[in-house]
Write a protein that binds this ligand. Sequence first.
Ligand code: ADP
Length: 190
Amino acid sequence: MLNIVLFGPPGAGKGTQSENIIAKYGLTHLSTGDLFRKHLGEGTSLGKLAKGYMDQGHLVPDEVVIKMVEDKISSTKETKGFIFDGFPRTTAQANALDEMLSGLEMKISGMIALDVPQDILKERIKERGKTSGRADDQDEEKINTRIKVYLAETLPVAEYYEKQGKFQNINGVGKIDEIFGQISKVIDSY
Ligand code: ADP
């Protein structure tokens, strides 16, 4: 089984590259942002709870995210593996994921990080905001909050996987297919 954590700041291209990875390797996409947006669209109580955090660019509390991920993993039958996109976003989530997987005799193959400078991230998110309809993509202050939260709470997750010898950094600026070529090389080495 291949279980990959795709890592990077908001706007790094995780969603785009996840699609490429799924098409080539047949993995199951597990994007916590997409799952929350689905709940939001369906008006579930989880969606209502998450909305307040998401709209402000803050993280949804760990226990809520972890429960949602557990449900998704346990309801997925017959898969070649998962691509984790936007999760884990805190070291508490990373610990919970390791525990969850080891209980199922699964493990993370590796983390692939997309490296993109801040000024390019902000441009990409604003551009995406013109069509994404996402409240958190359309306001400079919220974009800045998300990047700040990423630096303070999410960046330590890279170190968590580096300590396990599972971290690979890739330049996330350039042509989409060239970046995907780099990602494929890493995946093929697992
Ligand atoms: P982006 O990577 O562009 O910020 P996502 O779609 O991954 O977008 O996430 C959107 C929002 O959903 C986040 O700003 C946060 O509020 C919430 N969210 C998504 N994943 C997590 C997570 N693992 N932990 C906490 N909150 C999350």
